[in-house]
Each structure stands twice: as C-alpha cells, then as structure tokens.
Design a protein around this ligand. Structure first.
Ligand code: ATP
Ligand code: MG
Length: 572
C-alpha cells in the first residue's frame, strides 16, 4: 500500500481518557477511532490486525472440525426468557422493542441462540458431538468501559459452542478446544498463561473452566502463579495456604481502646504499634436468596482480603453484595469501627479459617472512635463458625506446602467453559440415544475477545517509540521508507516496492513527500516488524538498502537483489 493513497493518520497527542499504553498507541497510530464511550471504529490499519487474529482463529478451529456459522446480532427476548437470563443479565444487556412491541436485545453472548439452532436441527446421537463457532459483534453495556478495545461496549468476539451426549465426550471436546486455544495464542506470538478459573454459582463441581490470560501490567485480573508447581489460577479460584503466621497468644481481658479517627486496619495498627495480622478485618455483606436477605459479618486476619466467591459459596446465597453505609447504620454498626462483639443476633458471623480462635486480636468496638484489644474468639464468642474465605495472595504456599506463589497481572483474552446441561435443560433439548431414549445433551462454550487480543498484544509489545508488533498480528510486515528526490531513484524505489509486493510481502510504501524524520517516527509508532530504508545517497554510492528490525533495532545492509529473500527469511 502506497501511503500517498492510504487512509492513515498518526497523532502526537493522546486524549486524556486513554490511560494505558495500548489504548494510547492504538489511537496515536491511527488503528481505531472513538465514536462514543466504549465504541470504536476500526480503521484500515487496525482492521488488518483484527483480520489476522480472526484468520488464525479460523484456521485452528477449522482444523478441529468446528463449524463456522454466523448468528444474528439481534436476538429475540423469548429465547432469553427460557433460561431466565432476560432478567439475570441485568444492565449488561441492551434491550429494545421492535414496532410490534416484541422484546429484542443485542447479543452479549449466544448460548440461547445456538441452543435454539441445535434443538431444531439435531435429533440423533449420531450427529454428536458437534461444534459451532462464529466471529461476530457483541454488545455489553459495561459499567466501566475503558482502555479502548480492551473493555469496549461493542466488540468482536469469537464464540464457540459444542454439544455432547455425555461428560466423557465433553471432556474430549473441551481438551481439543483448550489445545486449539494454545495453538492460536502461540501462533499470535503472545506470552500467555492458561489459568484455572471460577465456574460461578451455576457450575457443577466437576465442570472445568480455564481462562487464557495475557501477562501484562495493565491487566485487570490477578493470577496466582507458581512456575515450579506448574500452578496458575485466577486469584478468585486459587487454592493456597497462608504462609506461617505468628499469632498473639498472650491472653488478656477484652479492653476498649480509644482510636479517634482511625478507621482502617493500617491506621489502627500503626496507632497501636501492632502488626496487621494481630487485628481482625470485619466486613458486612447482604446475602440474598429468593426474596430473603440477611446480613453477614465476615472476619479475616487484618492483612488478608475477602474472596467474595468463597463467601457466597459458603452461604449458598443467590446474591452477595457489600452492605452500603445506610445498611451498616441500620444494623446499629459504625463504619470503620465494626467488630463481632455485642452485635445484634440476626447478623451471621463467619471467621476465616486462618484465624486461630485461641489467639488475641484487635477488633472494632462497635461505636465511634473505639476499638477493643484482647479479643479471644474462643472465650468471647458463643458461635465461631469458620470457613475458607480469604483471597489467595503472593507469599502463600501451594496446597502441598512446597512452593511459594507469586502474583501476576493478566488480561483475559479467552475463556473455555464446561456448561453442562444448564442451557439444554432450560431449553428442553432432547436427543435420542442408541436405545431410543431422550437424553439432555451437555454443552461447552468457548470465547476469545478478538479485538481485546489486539489491544493485549500491544500492551505486551511496545516501547517508548510505539508498537512492536508480534509478526503474526502486524497490519503489514514491512515499512518501506524512501529518502529519494530524483526521478531516476524514485523509479528504482517503485521497482523495489513492486518486487516486494509481487513476492507477497505485505508492504507499506512511504512514498510521501515528507522528511526522513517524519517517516521514521511514523514507522516506529506503527511498529511493523521490519523497516526497509532506501537513501538516495547511500544507494547511489553502494547499492545498499537497510533492513531494520523494529524489535532489536539491528540493521542489516542488503542489495536490491537480496532484499526479498532476506525479508522472507527474517519473517519466518
Ligand atoms: P471480563 O471478565 O473481562 O468482563 P467475561 O468473563 O465477562 O470478561 P466472557 O463472557 O468469558 O467475558 O467472554 C469471552 C471473551 O470475550 C473474554 O475472554 C474476553 O476476551 C472478551 N471480552 C469480554 N468482555 C469484553 C469487552 N467488554 N471488551 C472486549 N472484549 C471482551
Ligand atoms: Mg470470562
């Protein structure tokens, strides 16, 4: 593509709302254009990268015999009513009515739609297992759209679904997809980790789920990781044990201490000159099941955090939400000074398992500016229910106690999930088995955030001058920058461009009438794997062209005749 014919602009400035490098660079390098909050137009350069991701996904999924289809972006509300998700999806789903007053939505995901196709077309066990995928637009009215394509409201997703007669077949299909994902992200040249994820309240105990996480500082997810133990899990899912804690076993009476304006663990402990783990963190939640709500007080060691998923699983409730300030007040508690002693009996109290019930702790005094020291759970409480509530963190040990785990930040680019019979049961799908008996098939679902992959790749691969594309994703392979004035050399440059194009190299030909400084800046910003420079003076003197590796900066001098083969070798 000749730049004089291309639609491409670069920018020096970034808008204030672009907080992370990938978002800034995608705007500055002219890959995307913002049309509204969480809404982005894909410009030619950006679209080429997106297409490359799509094609790699397509090739790998076709290889495992998955069938490409395209489902409608708009889906009828009736389908979502069948599974109860019309209500459960909440504000994430964009709903509207057509002129006949029928409910519709813009698909945030497509389990219902694909199950509807399946139940109307597949009848016999002989047609199973079968898998479908599509690469399509999704819309989710995210609470916090941010970071450009990383968390957009409208985005491109690859979503795949498989149907199976039994769990053994689902396990095989799941593993095939897991392997295809590994192949896809490897081909894309990304540093990624498949991590054990949480299946949510719906998932049965034996249903597997993994997230594919791209390691990057700007990642919103926390991964608990041990290379030695080959263990990686989303922090919400991670099973670890707390490293050894020195408890305070000095028994003393429960004593009120004045702590004016000290409301956090940090403030109280530094005021009393005590380590954080000698205090207890008191968190109030509202647990709802059906239309019954009750208040819950969760207690953790002062330096631990609550894993809400574990608390919800322990309480077996439908919803769990942190109590608001008003709800806390209504329970006769003081925010910043909450503790387990002397509170009303209708609050359920749960101690985290890492709390040693025989030790002493500092707790909130349940009135303003007041805490208590010498709290001994065993002595001072009637009930001391304990459960595993804490969030895994760096410094914890793997379950066998052998290895220390670290934390890494990750961007979830893919997700594989064994759904079981959730959708097929709700949507009354029946398949005749070998004996002519109707069986409810099992499902797996598998997503990749296509547009998020592009953002994640840039987040992981950039420097102070711009993007450093992994080869497989770069919009073009070569940036051909010429510094030539006379007609004779322009003609040679045109020839070189033609030779590269004819050899199927993807080349941007910077034939603009601007100085070398501009060309090199734009070339670095766009970050194609290789830049070829033809300077009139050098070329006239030696016949040399320069090939510059964007990643390493290394320069190779080549003659015109060797250029194509050199590039082909470098791009392997
Ligand atoms: P997240 O936890 O990041 O909100 P999710 O778990 O809700 O994502 P899934 O339902 O698993 O997302 O969707 C499949 C894939 O789609 C995700 O792994 C992610 O790569 C991508 N994705 C999800 N939401 C967005 C979004 N708002 N913008 C871009 N990509 C997204
Ligand atoms: Mg997910």
């Amino acid at each position: 593509m000749r730049l004089t014919k291309a639609f491409w602009q670069t920018y020096k400035e970034v808008p204030a709302d672009a907080e992370i490098p990938s978002h800034q660079l995608m705007l500055r390098a002219g890959l995307i254009h913002k049309s509204g909050s969480g809404l982005y137009n894909y410009l030619p350069m950006g679209l080429r990268s997106i297409r490359k991701v799509e094609n790699i996904i397509r090739e790998e999924l076709n290889k495992i015999g998955c069938n490409e289809i395209t489902m409608t972006v708009v889906t009828p509300g009736e389908l979502w009513q069948e599974t109860g998700r019309w209500d459960k999806m909440g504000g994430l789903m964009l709903r509207f009515k057509d002129k006949k007053e029928s409910d519709l939505c813009i698909s945030p995901t497509n389990e219902e739609a694909v199950t509807d196709i399946f139940r109307k077309t597949v009848k016999s066990y002989k047609q199973l297992p079968v898998g479908f995928y599509q690469i399509n637009t999704k819309f989710r009215d995210e609470i916090r759209p941010r970071f450009g394509l990383m968390r957009g409201r409208e985005f491109t997703m690859k979503d795949a679904y498989t149907f199976h007669m039994d769990k053994a077949s689902l396990d095989v299909g799941y593993q095939e997809m897991y392997d295809a994902y590994t192949a896809i992200f490897t081909r894309l040249g990304l540093e990624f980790i498949p991590v054990e994820a949480d299946g949510g309240a719906m998932a049965s105990a034996d249903s597997k789920t993994h997230e594919f996480q791209v390691v990057a500082n700007a990642g919103e997810d926390l991964i608990i990781y041990s290379q030695e133990a080959k263990y990686a899990a989303n922090s919400e899912k991670a099973q670890t044990i707390r490293a050894k804690t020195e408890y305070d076993f000095q028994i003393s009476p429960l004593t009120e201490v004045s702590t004016p304006n000290k409301t956090t663990i940090e403030e109280v402990c530094s005021f009393l000159n005590k380590p954080h783990y000698t205090s207890l963190k008191s968190l109030v939640y509202v647990a709802t099941t059906g239309n019954v709500s009750k208040n819950v007080l969760a207690l953790l060691l002062g330096d631990d955090s609550l894993n809400e998923i574990k608390l919800q699983a322990y309480l077996k409730c439908d919803h769990l939400i942190a109590a608001t300030e008003d709800q806390i007040k209504a329970s006769k508690l003081w925010k910043g000074y909450i503790g387990p002693v002397g509170i009303t009996e209708d609050i359920t109290i749960v101690f985290d398992k890492s709390i040693n019930l025989e030790a002493s702790y500092i707790i909130g005094g349940n009135k303003k500016d007041s805490h208590m020291s010498g709290f001994n759970p065993k002595r001072d409480m009637k009930n001391t229910n304990q459960a595993d509530l804490r969030l895994a963190k760096a410094g914890d040990l793997t379950l066998d106690g052998k290895y220390t785990v670290v934390e890494k930040r990750g961007i979830e680019v893919g997700h594989v999930f064994q759904l079981g019979d959730k959708y097929t049961k709700d949507m009354k799908v029946g398949i005749l088995d070998q004996n002519g008996k109707l069986v409810t098939p099992l499902m797996g679902c598998y997503g990749i955030g296509v547009t998020r992959v592009v953002a994640a790749a840039i987040e992981q691969n950039h420097d102070e001058n711009g993007i450093v594309w992994p080869k497989a994703l770069a919009p073009y392979q070569v940036y051909f920058a010429t510094i030539v004035k006379s007609e004779e050399f322009v003609k040679i440059a045109d020839e070189i461009y033609k030779e590269m194009s004819d050899a199927n190299l993807e080349v941007i030909y910077d034939d603009r009438n601007v100085g070398p400084g501009n060309k090199f800046k734009d070339s670095d910003l766009l970050g194609l794997p290789f830049r070829v420079v033809m300077g009139e003076r050098d070329y006239a003197a030696s016949g040399d062209l320069e090939v510059i590796d964007r990643k390493s900066g290394s320069v190779t001098k080549v003659k015109k005749e060797e250029l194509v083969s050199t590039l082909k070798n470098l791009l392997k």
